[in-house]
Design a protein. Structure first.
Length: 146
């Protein structure tokens, strides 16, 4: 761990509460996780973590799955997508600026895939049904690649 990483982790712990860390961890989940896993990542105890997770479920931010041997929690990806779309809409950027940035990101992802010999597994999951096209493909304003 570098000195910068150590300083930033210490800063996060000093400036956030356990509840804040649970919320941040839960919102960044890419797969269902148990309350114990989330508590460990958030560096907080199990019972208060579970209470925060239940509030997030009640608020519609997380989903709870009790079908397995352990209860797991995962974000509502549709809600996240809508919130992100609203944030982008309100950001003041033009459609052309956002489209150019998306093309740049797709190109960077493909470069990493080539460099590391992998395919984008998590990207497809988080993006829902959106598939990455050619780096030169520009999506239309409706979000469907042209």
């Amino acid at each position: 761990m570098t000195e910068d990483e150590s300083n930033s982790e210490g800063l996060m712990e000093r400036q956030t509460t356990g509840e804040d860390r649970v919320r941040m961890t839960a919102r960044q989940l890419s797969e269902p996780r148990t309350a114990n896993w989330i508590a460990s990542e958030a560096d907080w105890s199990h019972e208060p973590t579970k209470r925060v997770l239940e509030r997030l479920v009640d608020d519609g931010i997380l989903h709870r799955d009790e079908s397995g041997t352990h209860t797991t929690y995962y974000p509502d990806h549709r809600r996240q997508a809508v919130q992100e779309a609203m944030r982008l809409r309100d950001s003041g950027h033009t459609i052309e600026e956002l489209t150019d940035r998306l093309v740049d990101m797709k190109t960077q992802i493909r470069d990493w895939e080539d460099e590391f010999g992998v395919e984008s597994g998590t990207w497809d999951f988080r993006a829902g049904s959106a598939k990455l096209g050619s780096p030169t493909d520009k999506p239309t304003p409706s979000g469907i690649g042209s």
